[in-house]
Design a protein around this ligand. Structure first.
Ligand SMILES: [Zn+2]
Ligand SMILES: [Zn+2]
Length: 440
């Protein structure tokens, strides 16, 4: 068949709809999520465009997961093959870009991943393992990239991605989401600014419910793009959640397919990975087509939902003012991050935090106590005492990718010297310098 158009940017697509995987038949995170999108892509003839190629996902091996997560008791007890293929799909998308086969890539995979934390006792917010983080750490291991920016445009705060990169100032995490006072998971505020060795590299912009097209694009131009300009990432990854759409059944925002396409166009990410989005007929097919066209550098001005009207994406002047102030305050905090870091952590050698993490799918509660060494040379050694209300108890030790000799040595000493009697499900050591996960 003769190809109709030529993409300005060569674009790789990876599809994995996971037709045999669902939390339950009526759950919003279910098989049909990508079915209508695939139909729409065929209908628009996107696969016939020269420069758009489709690639197959593969099953990510356990060690790719273990580079990011400590699954309790192990990877295979927590994940299904669908999770591993979704993560593998993201990896394939990333590799095609880094190998120069394509300019950009979009992994349209499910189940999603941005609510999955470093430690995994089960599923949270429809997520078990973090597809973007597994991809990024794979790319860091195999290609020369250092600084990565993740811009998460899902309607929910990506608390899992925040947790994974909390101590890593080479990974800037920016999340734009519906205010956590009004939506799951209830987090994602300015005060969540990063760990002591990466203070300021975790940026949350909680937008009020009923934020319209104007608000999202304002936040992009006046907050996200200036921060990226400063940070100068080697790679930009978009966690492309689509549940800000006005028709989404589980959120309260007023964004459109056209808006998502414009956002993607301006953000200009190397790789997009699908996250949430539960308006499976009314939004996903149009948003995905818009994003694909924007990534390929093609005209997306004709992309419109059948039920679109300007009122559905408008916002009140009160919200416009609020977002302007929020962007200014957050941008200022970013610019003053060194000063704020000194103010908070000067004179301390470690920080400890206690958290409760709820796994809504299983109804399980985890209690964490995390200690992190303050280090001027690396992301710092961390360890987490984690127990659940189901009686599981572990110690997890994290030696970061860029660990200095002292942090690496102290991590191994802690692993060797801690008695296992207290931790009934074991002691784990994730040594990112050696790229291994040890357990005793
Ligand atoms: Zn979401
Ligand atoms: Zn160190």
């Amino acid at each position: 068949m003769e190809r109709l158009y030529k993409a300005k940017n060569r674009l790789g697509l990876v599809f994995f709809p996971a037709f045999d995987w669902a939390i339950s038949p009526t759950h919003p995170e279910r098989e049909e999520r990508l079915l209508y999108t695939q139909d729409q892509i065929l209908e628009e003839g996107l696969k016939d465009i020269e420069g758009i190629e489709e690639y197959r996902a593969y099953l990510a091996p356990d060690n790719e997961v273990e580079r990011v997560h400590i699954c309790v008791p192990d990877v295979r007890s927590r994940v299904t093959e669908a999770h591993l293929v979704a993560a593998g799909g993201a990896i394939v998308a990333g590799r095609k870009v880094l190998e120069g086969e394509v300019d950009k890539a979009f992994a349209l995979v499910r189940p999603p991943g941005h609510h999955a934390f470093r430690i995994v006792h089960g599923a949270r917010g429809f997520c078990t393992i973090n597809n973007e983080a597994i991809m990024i750490e794979h790319l860091r291991r195999h290609y020369k990239i250092k600084k990565v920016a993740i811009v998460d445009t899902d309607c929910h705060h990506g608390d899992g991605t925040q947790d994974i990169y909390w101590h890593d100032k080479d990974t800037l995490y920016i999340s734009i989401h519906q205010d956590g006072r009004t939506l799951y998971p209830g987090t994602g505020f300015l005060e969540e600014f990063g760990g002591p060795n990466a203070y300021g590299y975790n940026l949350n912009l909680p937008l009020p419910p009923e934020t319209g097209e104007e608000g999202f694009l304002y936040a992009l131009e006046n907050f996200v793009l200036p921060v990226l300009e400063d940070f100068k990432p080697d790679l930009i990854v978009n966690s492309a959640g689509q549940d800000n759409h006005y028709s989404d059944p589980i959120t309260n925002m007023r964004f459109s397919a056209q808006g998502y396409a414009r956002l993607n166009d301006r953000l200009n990410p190397h790789i997009a990975v699908l996250e949430g989005g539960y308006s499976i007929e009314g939004a996903l097919p149009y948003v995905n087509v818009g994003i694909i066209l924007a990534l390929a550098g093609l005209d997306y001005s004709f992309v419109r939902e059948p039920d679109y009207s300007p009122e559905k994406v408008s916002q009140s002047p009160r919200i416009t003012d609020y977002i302007a102030r929020l962007c200014e305050e957050t941008l200022q905090a970013w610019q003053k991050r060194e000063e704020l870091r000194a103010r908070h952590f000067q004179g301390k050698d470690r920080v400890t935090r206690r958290r409760r993490i709820y796994y809504d799918t299983e109804g399980l509660m985890e209690y964490q106590q995390e200690t992190t060494l303050i280090c001027e040379e690396c992301a710092g050694l961390s360890w987490i005492d984690s127990h659940t209300d189901r009686g599981s108890h572990i110690l997890a030790i994290f030696i970061p990718r860029d660990a200095c000799a002292r942090c690496q040595k102290e991590g191994h000493a802690l692993f060797e010297q801690t008695e296992t009697t207290f931790y009934r499900d074991g002691i784990y050591l994730q040594d990112r310098v050696e790229d291994v996960l040890l357990k005793k």
